[in-house]
Write a protein that binds this ligand. Sequence first.
Ligand code: G16
Length: 543
Amino acid sequence: MSVKIIATTPYEDQKPGTSGLRKRVVHFQQPNYVENFIQSLFDSLPEKQGKTLVIGGDGRYFNDTVIQIAIRMAAANGFGRVLVGQGGILSTPGASHVIRHYGAFGGIVLSASHNPGGPDGDFGIKYNASNGGPAPERITDAVYARSRVITEYKSADTPDVDLSRKGIQHVEGMIVEVIDPVADYAALMETLFDFDAIAAMFKTGFRMRFDAMHAVTGPYAKAIIEGHLGAPDGTVINAVPLPDFGGGHPDPNLVYAKDLYDLMMGPDAPDFGAASDGDGDRNLVIGRGRFVTPSDSLAILAANAHLAPGYAKGIAGIARSMPTSAAADRVAEKLGIEMHETPTGWKFFGNLLDAGRVTICGEESAGTGSDHVREKDGLWAVLLWLNIIARRGAGVDEIVREHWATYGRNYYSRHDYEEVDSETANRLMADLRAKLPALLADGFGGREIVLADDFTYHDPVDGSTSASQGVRIGFADGSRIVFRLSGTGTVGATLRIYLERYEAPGGDHERETQEALADLVALAESVAEIGARTGRAAPSVIT
Ligand code: G16
């Protein structure tokens, strides 16, 4: 076999963040930058000889180049087989399913998620383990340690694989199988949801718009929503994945999916609007005249999951990331099932899902999913919503209001300050941490504080501990402010402030969200001195 061993020198900055290694494309284009990271990964994975590796990505710029590099390096490092999506395409949840379905050793997913793409945009590499989930910290820590001392990498001296052609090819001794990226995933969805009920609803004139944002869910949504479920052609828009996402920002939030939002709030709104992000794991759900926050969506999906055949027996438990609102906690309480609060990052749900302790998980950052894969899953959330609407015969707005009437409403918002100078942001967080004991003792702004800490997670399954996961300030009435630095930004630091206030059943659930949270916003500003320290008068993005 023509394996080349090539000398290299380490980079100091290959520490995976919340979800793999994410940097600007030009950063990844430095000599051997990709090769160093992939070799560090392979060096950190014992017992890979002869095993199957899944490779795919969201189709963004540089995807095709890195897939060819990864295939050549997998062959040189002794993998027996690579499964790769046709055209290099695999959504993040799709890749998770392929890993599980074919019993693969693991998978490399190439994506910077909702970050923009193109030569000046972002790129990313993440590794998923044999359970289909993002590598746990013990693996990402090992990769980082290895990346700092690496001296050589291995690659096969072979031509590119033809990714446009399904079927088997060979790279030296290794089998490369180019697979349909959609088929297995669509078959899985059919086992979970009442496709007949949803199809019947479309037949009677139910109207929907799904914006794939020129990202990876386009082919999946076309095949499932228009193909299997019979929604009219044109229900899925921007359905062709493009290397630069058509110049857009594939983040399905109210800023970047504004056209969809405006449509759904307008006089000709269809019944249901949805969108997904670059790699297909996030979701946006909007009913006619009603935006659903991701935290509420998690709670509503959990409360109604039994209406879908895949969850008819009930759910074992729910998990949410710490900054996500506590709306789902009330559902778990009512159902008498386990509820878990984990750090931000889907990887922290893996053990709970594997142990069968939770069935549904979610995060405020537009992510929801279940034990069907080990990633959050945008299309899954959309299909579960459709299933619930079809079975309840009620619209999104009605479902949301009924939920609040039963469980109360958690007013919730996130304020982001993007591209803040890293040192300034780190100092702000350090000073805030130092203030916590005094806040707990004395209160702040005339308010009693019942919780002031930096969140530490103790994994109940493997006993591991993850510290410094976000500063929490909790008030006596159940309101909460959380401060964290994002682990997914690529330039400077992003300061995230999460605000939450609970209004019990029978209370006023009709207030405008920012107005309902205004006193907490003011407290957050004064306790952390955001304006004075960052020079910013307002957040860059409010979601
Ligand atoms: C990733 C992670 C999520 C996390 C989100 C935001 O999502 O998979 O678990 O909630 O980033 O993380 P942060 O607040 O650290 O920026 P995605 O969709 O970007 O892969």
